[in-house]
Design a protein around this ligand. Structure first.
Ligand code: CDT
Length: 314
């Protein structure tokens, strides 16, 4: 089986608060059809890509909140996307708000991304681990980032055997944390697909605003290089309900180099033909984990959450 595949990142421009999900699905299908015409076998779509980025508003009105979430997938609105993808024989990832009830009848909400194979079957589901922002209404901000009000965190990073390789997923803020890539790298990840919504204005420290684009590529390029894998970062960008978000979706090689990058802030497909076997040049040399990693020296990574006092060194 060939390990060369053409993949795409289907960047989205803004989604209005009152835009029906069925309209968004039409936009996703258009990107999917462009991807098929360019020979893609897989397209990554952004985080929470069926709705506006609703965590910018704080509400406790459950009817309103529930409209932003999906109880089932495919849902009636997203079924046409699954059907068209299966007809074209093309896989995709999709980020959405997941509402689920556990065996004890307790409701949970997650910021979820799924991996769908070329037959339209869901083969992987990932729930965002690093949930940023705040849980309470914050009157000091020009707009909210209330992800911690709407979502509980997922508890693991998974990878799946799919598309002839080992594919992992992460969501937005996850991309800034080195552990995200390393935990997937330790499971052999060759391709990591990441959707994001990143407002350019960062209320806790606005001096970071002009660095958003730099930090976005910095972390994903480092994650790709340090773990010898391809990384796809795909944005919902542009000015959405008055808030400007980063675009600059990118496909990154295990060398850390950018292979493709979006040039607009709207709906745009970028593609690249990648060879998964190229990962081994990094996985089997400089980042040969078996040979060079020293887990005993990394004990604090799992023992501590925040930084603590220096340990005694003899
Ligand atoms: N969606 C998401 O995780 N966005 C964050 C914004 C910064 S934290 C408020 C990000 O890491 O891009």
């Amino acid at each position: 089986m060939t390990r060369t595949l053409t993949i795409g990142a289907g960047q989205l421009g803004p989604i209005a608060r009152d835009e029906p999900k069925s309209d968004v699905v039409e936009r996703l299908i258009s990107l999917l059809e462009q991807a098929h015409a360019r020979g893609c076998v897989l397209v990554a779509f952004p985080e929470l890509c069926l709705t506006t980025f609703f965590p910018r508003w704080y509400t406790t009105a459950s009817e309103e909140i529930d409209r932003w979430f999906e109880r089932e997938m495919p849902s009636p609105e997203t079924k046409p996307l699954f059907d068209e993808a299966a007809r074209l024989g093309i896989g995709f990832t999709l980020g959405y708000g997941e509402l689920t009830t556990d065996d004890e009848g307790v409701t949970h909400r997650y910021n979820t991304q799924i991996l769908v194979d070329s037959a339209g079957v869901i083969v992987g589901r990932y729930r965002k681990v690093h949930v940023p922002g705040h849980a309470e209404y914050d009157p000091s901000r020009p707009f909210q980032h209330a992800e911690r009000h709407y979502f509980e965190p997922g508890d693991r990073f998974g990878v799946w055997r799919a598309f002839g390789g080992i594919v992992g997923m992460a969501t937005c803020n996850d991309r800034r944390w080195p552990e995200t890539y390393r935990v997937m790298g330790l499971q052999g990840a060759e391709l990591i697909l990441i959707g994001y919504n990143t407002p350019l204005y960062y209320a806790p420290d606005p001096q970071q605003n002009p660095l958003q684009s730099f930090h976005n590529h910095l972390v994903m390029q480092a994650g790709a290089y340090q773990n010898g894998c391809y990384v796809v970062g795909v944005a919902k960008g542009g000015t959405e309900e008055g808030v400007e978000s980063l675009a600059q979706s990118a496909i990154i090689a295990p060398s850390g180099q950018l292979i493709a990058q979006a040039i607009t802030t709207g709906d745009e497909l970028i593609t690249a033909t990648i060879d998964l076997d190229y990962c081994k040049f990094y996985k089997e040399t400089l980042f040969n984990y078996d040979l060079y990693r020293v887990p005993a020296a990394y004990r604090l990574i799992t023992e501590r959450r925040g930084a603590g006092a220096p340990e005694e060194m003899s």
